[in-house]
Design a protein around this ligand. Structure first.
Ligand code: PLP
Length: 360
């Protein structure tokens, strides 16, 4: 029986990854030095493909980190002098808030009840806030912010740096990079790659902030500090030995996504998510956790299961269909189902059919 992973990350690998790993081994990619020409060319190919897929302006730097979690620390170190504001709507947005507190920042949080989201047209931001954090797709609850709402907030408050966590949604949402300053993701979610690589994109405003902190003697020169990333990325290199294999695989998968067409990927994402929420709404034992439709994640569907989620998760796993349990306090109450670009319409249809037929 072949296992299919609908877990929200790590998840199923993008369907071409196996073939790219074989090619990488043949080409000795894991053994090449990250200071050699062959590597430099490879990193350049990956970043150029990513720029094309995301429509990322040339003014944005692309940096590689070990994870998205690392990006939180890097932002706290050198983009926030005193005060940040975190829109918390679940576990991941909360973790960034805690990371800022642990670095001694005056990090404020506005908290939305899990399953709901912030009405960004109503919020007030204090003028001392230097960085605003939004989690576009809160993987723990399945609550997402529409890109248009993010733009509305940005237009009202242009001074603070705007940092977006798009870890479990990219490349599905279409961001306008002129309306944000920092955006990051990990590759083991929607890109369908093995874990162990974070991607951090940021603009000149972030660089200027770090430079002015340096001038004030407040710059933290850690191993992946932002200005080191800037310097090395100009040479298509990293500050230390990176996850070379994953940077190679990311370039290949992004190229495959470009060949398929981002429009097609986005259309399919809508269809698959409609199937999932239709299941959550029509099944007698399931309820969508995010009730307000506008805030429903398109890539991670979360449902409450009446009577608990364990039996359903186990029954599906017995059939090789692996879905996620709830996050944290919702562990045994929720199911979380990823519909990432690698998940075909047919696979989601099959999963929905199975849930409808199962007696759990
Ligand atoms: C998974 C996840 C993270 C953390 O990613 P790591 O690769 O584990 O560091 C951060 N934010 C969101 C929304 C996530 O889903």
């Amino acid at each position: 029986m072949k296992n299919i992973f609908f877990t929200p990350g790590p998840s199923a690998l993008y369907f071409t990854v196996e073939q790219h790993i074989k090619a990488a081994l043949k080409a000795n990619i894991p053994s090449i030095s990250h200071r050699e020409k062959a590597y430099v060319k490879m990193q350049q190919e990956t970043t150029e493909a990513l720029r094309e897929l995301l429509k990322l302006p040339d003014s944005f730097t692309i940096g590689f980190t070990s994870s998205a979690t690392e990006v939180w620390d890097r932002m706290c170190e050198n983009l926030i002098s005193n005060q940040s504001l975190h829109f918390v709507n679940g576990a991941f947005s909360e973790k960034f808030h805690k990371a800022a507190l642990s670095q001694g920042k005056m990090a404020k949080a506005i908290v939305a009840t899990p399953g709901t989201n912030h009405d960004l047209s109503q919020v007030e931001i204090d003028k001392n806030v230097e960085l605003v954090s939004l989690t576009q797709n809160e993987t723990s609850t399945g609550a997402a912010l529409p890109v248009e709402d993010i733009i509305t907030l940005r237009q009202k408050y242009q001074d603070p740096l705007l940092a977006i966590d798009a870890v479990s949604s990219l490349p599905v949402p279409k961001f306008d990079f002129n309306q944000l300053d920092s955006l990051y993701f990990s590759v083991q979610k929607s890109f369908g790659l093995p874990a162990g690589l974070g991607v951090w994109t940021f603009n000149e405003r972030c660089i200027e902030r770090a430079e002015s902190l340096r001038a004030e003697g407040k710059y933290h020169d850690s191993y992946n500090s932002i200005l080191k990333i800037v310097k090395m990325s100009k040479k298509h290199q990293t500050t230390c030995t990176p996850n070379v294999l994953n940077i190679y695989l990311l370039g290949k998968v992004v190229q495959d996504m470009l060949n398929k067409g981002i429009k097609q990927i986005r259309q399919e994402a809508k269809y698959k998510s409609a199937l999932l929420y239709n299941l959550f709404e029509s099944h007698p034992r399931l309820n969508p956790f995010v009730t307000e439709k506008k805030y429903r994640s398109i890539t991670v569907g979360v449902a409450e299961v009446e009577g608990g989620s364990e039996k359903l998760i186990r029954a599906l796993a017995d059939k090789g269909l692996n879905i996620g349990n709830g996050y944290g306090e919702f562990k045994n109450k929720h199911i979380r189902i990823a519909s990432f670009p690698t998940h075909s319409k047919e696979q989601i249809e099959m999963l929905v059919d199975e849930v409808n037929q199962l007696d759990f």
